[in-house]
Design a protein around this ligand. Structure first.
Ligand code: URA
Length: 235
C-alpha cells in the first residue's frame, strides 16, 4: 500500500514562473518495514547495511517507476501476437548523490537496467548544514527524460533542492527522489521550492518512512545515523 504524505497539488509563490507539482509517497509494505527496522538498528554491520539498502531500493524503485513513460510494443509469442509496452526513449536517467547515493545505485539499476546514470556530489557543512556541490556529471539537456535521484536521507532538503534545480535547468520532464528516510522539514522545503522556468515540473519523493524530525545537528530522528558512514565507513 502506498500513502500519499502530501496530496498532489500546485505549490506556487508570486513571481515564480515554474510550478513544482510535489507528491510524497510513503511506501507502506511489511517487507519494507522489516528491512528498514534492521537497517536502523545500530548493531547492523556495513555488509548487511549495504545488502538491506540494495533490497529496499529495489522495492522502492517498483513504486518510484510506476509512472515511467512507456511506448507500445508488439511482440510475437509462440502462439500469436501480443500487444505490450517498452520503456519510452529517451531512457530515464538515474542520479545517485555522492557519496551515500552510490549505495543505492545497484538496487535501482536492477529494475531499470537500460537507464543512463549521471552523478552529482554534494557535501554539507556540518556547522551551517548548507550543501555545496563538488561534482556534476549530468547531461546538458534532459528534455523529455524522467530522472530518478538517489539520496538515502531527505533531511533538511538542501541537497535535494540543489539537485532538483540543476535538473530543472536542464529541462527534465519529471524528477522522482528515492529516499530511504525523510524528515518533515525536508519534505516541506522541497514542496516550497520553485525553480524559475515556464513549464511545470512534476516532483515526487518516494520513501520507506517519514520520521519525526531533525535534531540540532540536522540528523533525522530516529533515523539510522549517517547513511554514508554506515554504508562505506567513516571518513
Ligand atoms: N544524512 C545522514 O546520513 N543522516 C541523517 O540523519 C541526515 C542526513
Amino acid at each position: 500500500m502506498v500513502s500519499s504524505g502530501a496530496p498532489p497539488g500546485l505549490h506556487g509563490r508570486a513571481g515564480a514562473a515554474r510550478l513544482v507539482i510535489m507528491q510524497t509517497l510513503v511506501v507502506d509494505h511489511p517487507l519494507i518495514a522489516h528491512k528498514l527496522t534492521a537497517l536502523r538498528d545500530e548493531r547492523t554491520d556495513s555488509p548487511t547495511f549495504r545488502r538491506l539498502t540494495d533490497e529496499l531500493v529495489t522495492l522502492l524503485a517498483y513504486e518510484a517507476t510506476r509512472e515511467v513513460r512507456v511506448q507500445p510494443e508488439v511482440v510475437t509469442t509462440p502462439v500469436g501476437e501480443a500487444r505490450g509496452v517498452k520503456l519510452a526513449r529517451p531512457v530515464p536517467l538515474v542520479v545517485p548523490v555522492l557519496r551515500a547515493g552510490i549505495g543505492m545505485l545497484d538496487g535501482m539499476i536492477q529494475l531499470l537496467p537500460t537507464a543512463d546514470v549521471g552523478f552529482v556530489g554534494l557535501a554539507r557543512d556540518e556547522e551551517s548544514l548548507v550543501a555545496a556541490t563538488y561534482a556534476n556529471r549530468l547531461p546538458a539537456n534532459l528534455a523529455g527524460r524522467d530522472v530518478f535521484v538517489l539520496d538515502p536521507m531527505l533531511a533538511t532538503g538542501g541537497t535535494l533542492e540543489t539537485v532538483i534545480t540543476m535538473l530543472s535547468q536542464r529541462d527534465a520532464a519529471s524528477v522522482t527522489a528515492v529516499c530511504l528516510l525523510a524528515a518533515p522539514e525536508g519534505i516541506e522545503r522541497i514542496a516550497a521550492t520553485f525553480p524559475h522556468d515556464d513549464e511545470p515540473l512534476p516532483v515526487r519523493v518516494v520513501t520507506a518512512a517519514l520520521d519525526e524530525r531533525l535534531n540540532e545537528r540536522g540528523y533525522i530522528v530516529p533515523g539510522l545515523g549517517d547513511a554514508g558512514d554506515r554504508l562505506f565507513g567513516e571518513i
